[in-house]
Write a protein that binds this ligand. Structure first.
Ligand code: NDP
Length: 288
């Protein structure tokens, strides 16, 4: 039987600390941390994500500015908007909600964001900083996963970590963070042979695959810590359900600790966006 790693409770605790910190920044420095959120078009899922992020900002006393250009915005117009936000000293973080409509060049937009305002941590400079071990803004999902791991395990040195998934936003940066914490890291993907055996070698198993209940209970080394990043919507027993990339009930019998879905990494991701925004505001104003 495993411990349930309660990401929601941890994220709530982190947000409580941020509320106090934001109040302190306003009182002592007249500084109002502010994030600009850019949502292009009407994608319903993106609208929900943006609404949740803006709501969290409000709860924490972080200012948010929403830009909602229509989906026929040109690349040049979007780049001009990013430029304007880069030059606005009252804006400390810029978040462009992905995916962008197909006619827009996502990489060009993300890389146009000033690295110090890149609160998603996707900009090439921040990716490079992470890989060479320099300080920079870290992508929110891996950062939140790492906070939970360290809170539960303490020192991760020497542990075998397996990350299933090699996306630029989750798998690769997660592997980099684990390496930075002195884990022995394996990155698995769709071409990996004997995936079950690879997973069985993991003291820490991170699943970022995008397939419902893909990781089986008997793939998990007894006592391992399992981080389930996956968010999959499925129809089951006539109900709409949210499930992870790990077969939670089966994994619970083998793991030492496991994050649930929902209530695990999802809330940590949003809390870390807030954390990055406050960090960016402090850095811009040279506040320790
Ligand atoms: P991607 O689709 O970008 O990447 C999925 C990865 O899984 C790829 O590297 C792919 O391998 C690998 N993969 C796919 N099938 C298999 C397989 N059969 N065996 C082994 N590996 C496989 O997804 P993301 O990284 O963006 O997201 C992963 C999951 O995390 C999704 O469920 C997503 O919704 C969720 N997510 C959750 C967040 C949160 O806040 N909790 C934030 C971001 C994502 P290959 O490279 O070879 O194709």
């Amino acid at each position: 039987m495993a411990i349930r790693l309660d990401g929601k409770a941890f994220a709530d605790g982190l947000c409580e600390k941020l509320i106090t910190e934001v109040e302190g920044l306003k009182a002592a420095h007249g500084l109002r941390p502010c994030i600009a959120v850019v949502l292009v078009g009407e994608d319903p899922a993106s609208q929900v994500y943006v609404r949740n992020k803006v709501k969290r900002c409000e709860q924490l006393g972080i200012d948010s500015i929403e830009h909602r250009p229509a989906d026929n915005i040109t690349q040049a117009e979007l780049m001009a908007l990013i430029d304007e936000l880069n030059g606005n000293d009252d804006v400390h973080g810029i978040l462009v909600q992905l995916p962008l409509p197909e006619h827009l060049d996502e990489d060009q937009v993300i890389n146009a964001i000033q690295p110090e305002k890149d609160v998603d941590g996707f900009n090439l400079l921040n990716v490079g900083r992470l890989s060479v071990g320099q300080k920079g803004l870290l992508p929110c999902t891996p950062l939140g996963s790492m906070m939970l791991l360290k809170d539960h395990l303490g020192d991760l040195s020497g542990l075998n970590a397996v990350v299933v998934g090699r996306s630029n936003i989750v798998g690769k940066p997660m592997a980099q963070l684990l390496l930075r914490e002195n884990c022995t890291v394996t990155i698995a993907h769709s071409k990996t042979k004997n995936l079950a055996d690879v997973c069985r070698s993991a003291d820490i198993l991170v699943a970022a695959v995008g397939r419902p209940r893909f990781v089986q209970g008997d793939w998990i080394k007894p006592g391992a810590t399992v981080i389930d990043v996956g968010i999959n919507r499925i129809e089951e027993d006539g109900k709409n359900r949210l499930v992870g990339d790990v077969d939670y009930d089966a994994a619970f019998e083998h793991a030492g600790a496991i994050t649930p879905v929902p209530g695990g990494i999802g809330p940590m991701t949003i809390a870390c966006l807030m954390y990055n925004t406050v960090a960016a505001a402090k850095a811009a104003n040279k506040i320790e």
